[in-house]
Design a protein. Structure first.
Length: 125
């Protein structure tokens, strides 16, 4: 196992890694819309939060030498399922023609008051 850590994504806010390389895969912990420079949740609507989440996820992927096209599976956690369409639109901009398997789950709350969190499993090159 190899731990991945980048300062371009928020530092873990608990006892976990941003990502772990193991067995030909990269297992990315869930990213919330924290600005890595300030340590605060970004202000703005759900689209702004989703973009920050996916930018953070991209930074973790890049630290492992990967990009969104390497992602096999994501899980999206939403506090409000009414945000699904807006998050989906942002998600599509980041993934383009890449269409990993995906689950979307409604949750009662997320860390630091975030409205969206996304984790991923990617294949190493």
């Amino acid at each position: 196992m190899e731990q991945i850590l980048t300062h371009e994504a928020p530092a873990p806010i608990g006892p976990y890694s941003q990502a772990i390389k193991s067995g030909g895969f990269l297992f990315c912990s869930g990213q919330v819309p924290i600005d890595p420079q300030t340590g605060n949740i970004v202000e703005g609507d759900i689209s702004t939060q989703a973009a920050r989440v996916l930018t953070n996820l991209g930074a973790v992927l890049q630290a492992a030498g990967l990009d969104y096209a390497n992602i096999l599976k994501t899980t999206i956690f939403l506090v409000d399922m009414n945000d699904f369409a807006a998050v989906n639109a942002v998600y599509e901009r980041y993934f383009g023609t890449s269409k990993p398997a995906r689950s979307t789950v409604a949750v009662s709350a997320l860390p630091k008051g975030a409205r969206v969190e996304i984790d991923a499993i990617a294949q190493l090159q």
